[in-house]
Design a protein around this ligand. Structure first.
Ligand code: SF4
Ligand code: SF4
Length: 456
C-alpha cells in the first residue's frame, strides 16, 4: 500500500490509504492513512451498505486534505456494526463532525488557481446579449465601489430587484455603474405582478431608481407555479413595457418549483430568460430542465450557486465556494451566474474561481461541503410538498434560514419568513419529513426562534 501510494504521489497525485491493520501501517508508513478497527476484507464496510461506505470515503477524503505530517495515521471512531447509518446522511453526523485531526498547517499541494483573468463572455439565449459568465448579484451589496470594481474587472451582468435592501439596492447599482450604464446588462425584478398596472408601476419605479431609460432584463420575481408564469396580466404588462421600449427582454425568476416554472416559461414563448436556483446539490431533473430551456432559446441565469455559502461548513484547506461556481459554469445551458458579491475580497475570489476549470480538488471540496450541510440545506426537490396539513411552505422557511445562517442576512431572513406560509408554532409534532436529509423538526424550531416571540 505504502509503496503504491508513494509511486502515485511521485506523479503529483495526493493519496490516502484506508487501513485495518494499524501495525502494518506503522511499519510501512504510507504518506497518509486512516485506520478502522474493522475485520479483514472490509476496509470500507459491509457489502451493499452504501451509506456506511460513503461515510468511510468522506472521512478518508477529509483526512486527505487535513493531514499535514507525512506518515500520519488517523484513527476513525467508527465501531463495527455498532453505528447507525442513514442513507441520506452520513453515519452519525456525531462521528463525522467529532472526527478531528489537527488544523492544517501545510495543505496539500493541489494546483493553485491562476490569478484572475477577465471572465469569459457568453450569449444570453435568444436575447443575443453578450454577458460575462460571472455576473454580479448586487442583492445585498452595500457599497457601490464594489460594483465599480466588478465593472472594471470585466463583469457585465448585474442583477438587482425592486425590493432588495428595502428598495435601496437599485440605487446602489445605479451609483456604481454611473456613466458606464450602457456597457452592461442590467437585470431587475418586479415583486407585485397581480395586475398590469402594478407591474408597470413597479417598472417605472425601477427605471427611476436605476437612473436609466431602459431595463435590459425585466423579470417577474420568485415565480412558483405555471399559472403565475402564464397569468394574462403578466403577459400583457410585459408586452406593453417591451413595446414602449422600457424593457428589452422579459424573464422569470424561481427558487421553488423550478422545473415547473422553467417548463412554463418555455411554453409561454414570450420570456427570454429564466433565473433559477441551480447548484451542485441540484434536485433530480433540474439540470435537464436547464438544458431544455437553453435549447428553446431562453437565456439561463444561475443563482444560489453556493448552496447557502455556509462558512462554518467549509473545510479550511479547501474552498467549496470557488468549486461551486466552477461546477455551475460547466453545466450545459448556463449563460451566466449571479453570486452575491458584497466585498472586494468576494469579487476577487469569484474572479479567481471563474478563471480555472472544475477539477478533482473541487469535487473533493464539494463532497465534504455537501456532507456538512445536508441536514440544513434545502435542495428544493419538492419532496415535502403537500406534507404539511396546515400548508407550511417548508422550502421557503428553509430558504429564510439559509439567508440567516449562510448569508448572515437576518433582516432578509425575517422578511422571507414574513412573506412565507409559516403557520408553525402550535403543532405538537411536526409531521413533515425530508427525503434529502434536512432535519425539519430542528429547522422549524430554528425558524421560530428567528421569527421571535413578538410576531409568533
Ligand atoms: S425540505 Fe427536503 S424534501 Fe422539502 S424541498 Fe427541501 S430538500 Fe426537498
Ligand atoms: S410544525 Fe410542521 S406540521 Fe406544523 S405547521 Fe410547521 S411544517 Fe406544518
Amino acid at each position: 500500500m505504502g509503496l503504491v501510494q508513494r509511486e502515485i504521489e511521485r506523479a503529483g497525485i495526493p493519496t490516502i490509504g484506508v487501513s485495518i491493520v494499524r501495525s502494518y501501517s506503522e511499519q510501512v508508513r504510507p504518506p497518509r492513512t486512516v485506520f478502522l478497527r474493522w475485520p479483514y476484507g472490509h476496509p470500507f464496510g459491509e457489502p451493499f451498505k452504501a451509506a456506511q461506505q460513503r461515510t468511510v470515503l468522506r472521512a478518508a477524503l477529509k483526512a486527505l486534505v487535513e493531514i499535514a505530517e507525512p506518515g500520519t495515521i488517523v484513527d476513525l471512531p467508527y465501531r463495527w456494526r455498532r453505528e447507525t447509518y442513514e442513507e441520506s446522511s452520513q453515519l452519525t453526523r456525531r462521528s463525522f463532525l467529532a472526527f478531528g485531526v489537527a488544523t492544517v498547517a501545510a495543505p496539500l499541494a493541489f494546483p493553485a488557481p491562476s490569478l484572475a483573468a477577465r471572465p469569459a463572455t457568453r450569449t444570453l439565449g435568444r436575447t443575443q446579449l453578450a454577458v460575462s459568465e460571472l455576473g454580479m448579484g448586487v442583492m445585498i451589496t452595500p457599497n457601490p465601489e464594489v460594483v465599480r470594481a466588478a465593472l472594471d474587472a470585466g463583469v457585465t451582468y448585474f442583477d438587482t430587484a425592486r425590493n432588495y435592501m428595502g428598495g435601496r439596492n437599485e440605487a446602489i447599482l445605479a451609483e456604481g455603474l454611473g456613466a458606464r450604464r450602457k456597457e452592461v446588462v442590467v437585470a431587475t425584478k418586479c415583486e407585485n405582478y397581480g395586475s398590469v398596472a402594478a407591474i408597470i408601476a413597479s417598472c417605472e419605479q425601477s427605471l427611476a431608481a436605476l437612473k436609466t431609460d431602459w431595463i435590459d432584463v425585466y423579470q417577474l420575481h420568485g415565480v412558483s407555479s405555471r399559472a403565475q408564469v402564464l397569468a394574462p396580466q403578466c403577459l400583457e404588462a410585459l408586452a406593453t413595457l417591451r413595446k414602449a421600449g422600457k424593457i428589452r427582454c422579459a424573464g422569470v425568476t424561481t427558487h421553488s418549483a423550478m422545473i415547473e416554472v422553467i417548463a412554463a416559461a418555455i411554453e409561454a414563448g414570450v420570456y427570454d430568460t429564466v433565473l433559477t436556483t441551480f447548484n451542485f446539490r441540484e434536485p433530480p431533473g433540474l439540470g435537464e430542465a436547464v438544458r431544455r430551456a437553453a435549447a428553446a432559446g431562453l437565456g439561463v441565469i444561475a443563482m444560489k450557486i453556493m448552496a447557502g455559502g455556509y462558512q462554518d461548513a467549509a473545510v479550511p484547506a479547501l474552498n467549496p465556494f470557488q468549486g461551486a461556481l466552477r461546477w455551475v459554469l460547466r453545466q450545459p445551458g448556463v449563460a451566466t451566474t449571479i453570486p452575491s458579491l458584497v466585498s472586494f475580497e468576494q469579487l476577487k475570489q469569484n474572479l479567481d474561481a471563474a478563471a480555472v476549470s472544475f477539477g478533482a480538488r473541487d469535487a473533493l471540496a464539494l463532497e465534504l461541503y455537501a456532507a456538512a450541510i445536508e441536514s440544513r440545506h434545502c435542495r428544493v426537490c419538492g419532496g415535502c410538498r403537500g406534507q404539511c396539513a396546515r400548508g407550511a411552505d417548508v422550502p421557503a422557511i428553509m430558504r429564510a434560514l439559509m439567508y440567516h445562517e449562510g448569508y448572515g442576512q437576518s433582516r432578509l431572513a425575517r422578511e422571507t419568513l414574513a412573506a412565507a406560509d409559516f403557520p408553525c408554532g402550535s403543532c405538537e409534532r411536526c409531521t413533515v419529513t425530508c427525503r434529502s436529509g434536512v432535519r425539519i423538526v430542528e429547522r422549524v424550531a430554528a425558524a421560530l426562534r428567528l421569527r421571535g416571540p413578538a410576531s409568533a
